[in-house]
Write a protein that binds this ligand. Structure first.
Ligand SMILES: Nc1ncnc2c1ncn2[C@@H]1O[C@H](COP(=O)(O)OP(=O)(O)OP(=O)(O)O)[C@@H](O)[C@H]1O
Ligand SMILES: CC(=O)N[C@H]1[C@@H]2OC[C@@H](O2)[C@@H](O)[C@@H]1O[C@H](C)C(=O)O
Length: 366
């Protein structure tokens, strides 16, 4: 049983870029954010990333078992370094996501972590939402709502996460609860860094376009961007979510371009996916607050600002940590689950009614 009032929660996130585990502490009562605590990153080795990659798109089999072991080991290593936490929110690694088909799968056993770390662990955050007709993603929006209050926003703002995939949350901070109709709207915008990463790896043996330096030297092929925006995903009304590799074919579209033009064009595709998505938001946000690795890509940020009327800022400009925001989100959601509060609602995932998704595993006694 979780003690009453504010608790210290530790969240852990292993994102779609497969680069490692982010872990961060926040102090919260499940509604208000009181303070932020320590944070750490545990990178995956090249071998570990290869094992995780081999599990993508799989729903069963040996590749999944091996990948789950990598996830569990990496999480135990990083999480045991945190002292004095009351509970842990463990997202795991998404390997497959078909909310309207086979479901959603995050690997890593929270029960095993609870036993190893001797703490209650909340995990499997997405399945309950999918079972009730939701997309199971994005789940950070309820945390974005709390953050909008924390930074003292008085008008609608948007949080944009640029990871492997992009997702946006439009927040009206005037509401009292995130599940109230009108408070939130969220969805995955489209691919974010993944296409440029894939290009850099295939052509230059690099993991990403550091600071967007290569894209900055190229010219955008507008026809390719226009063709990309014809994809049916962009015509679907939100809430909606993506599987990591749903836009994998995008690299073929730039096959005949130079490295710099290809990087510039793929970067523009990610930007225009966000711009296209903005039309679904109830109002233009006053600020677009950007988290995730893409905020470090100067070319991407410049293109975003050029395509938008509102101010585009990294979340650091309002005092937040853009690298740890998703790990903090799962710490926050863990407390909500433990307290029986909802973690998603019709306007964030399309679920039929507000739901608190997540399994709580407690360490064995004795
Ligand atoms: N300095 C940089 N310059 C350009 N791009 C960068 C930089 N730093 C990080 N990135 C990009 O950000 C990506 C990692 O972003 P992030 O850690 O937010 O992803 P993730 O959390 O794994 O993904 P998701 O949010 O989709 O689960 C890298 O793969 C890279 O493409
Ligand atoms: C199924 C899944 O793991 N989706 C991730 C992914 O990475 C970004 C985007 O796609 C988002 O929908 C989600 O993660 C964040 C943390 C979320 O649920 O809010």
């Amino acid at each position: 049983m979780l003690k009453a009032g504010a608790v210290k929660a530790l969240g852990a996130m292993s994102g779609t870029s497969l680069d490692g585990v982010d872990a961060a502490v926040i102090e919260t009562d499940g509604t208000e954010i009181l303070s932020f605590g320590e944070a750490a990153f545990r990178p995956y080795t090249t071998e570990e990333t290869a094992i995780l990659r081999a599990a993508l798109g799989k729903w069963q089999g040996d590749a999944l078992v091996a990948a789950a072991e990598v996830v569990e080991t990496a999480h135990c290593e990083i999480l045991e370094g945190f002292a004095d936490v009351d509970l842990i929110g463990f997202h795991g690694q998404t390997v497959a996501h078909e909310p309207r088909g086979r479901g959603t799968l995050q690997i890593g056993d929270g029960g095993l972590l609870a036993a190893a770390l001797e703490k209650p662990v909340v995990w499997d955050f997405r399945s309950a939402d999918v079972k009730l007709g939701g997309e199971g993603a994005p789940l950070a929006p309820f945390y974005h709502f709390a953050l909008a209050k924390f930074i003292g926003a008085t008008e609608p703002v948007a949080f944009l996460n640029l990871g492997g995939v992009g997702n946006i949350t439009w927040v009206d901070p005037d509401y009292d609860e995130p599940e109230e109709e009108g408070a939130l709207l969220s969805f995955d915008t489209g691919p974010a860094n993944a296409p440029v990463n894939d290009l850099m790896t295939a052509r230059l043996g690099l993991s990403h376009d550091e600071d967007g330096a290569l894209a900055a030297q190229g010219n955008v092929d507008d026809d390719i961007v226009a063709n990309f925006l014809e994809h049916r995903y962009f015509y679907r009304l939100p809430p909606k979510s993506l599987d990591r590799d749903q836009f994998k074919g995008l690299s073929d579209a730039v096959a005949d371009l130079s490295d710099a033009d290809a990087a510039a064009t793929l970067t523009a595709c990610s930007v225009m996916a966000v711009v296209q998505g903005l039309q679904y938001c109830p109002t233009e946000p006053t600020k677009m607050l950007v988290c995730g690795g893409g905020r470090k890509n100067a070319t991407l940020m410049k293109m975003l600002q050029a395509a938008m009327d509102c101010e585009v800022l990294p979340v650091e400009d309002v005092g937040l940590d853009g690298d740890m925001l998703e790990a903090q989100a799962f710490a926050y959601l863990a407390v909500r689950v433990a307290r029986g509060l909802p973690t998603s609602c019709p306007s964030t995932t399309g679920v039929k009614a507000a739901v608190g998704g997540g399994t709580v595993s407690t360490p064995p006694k004795g």
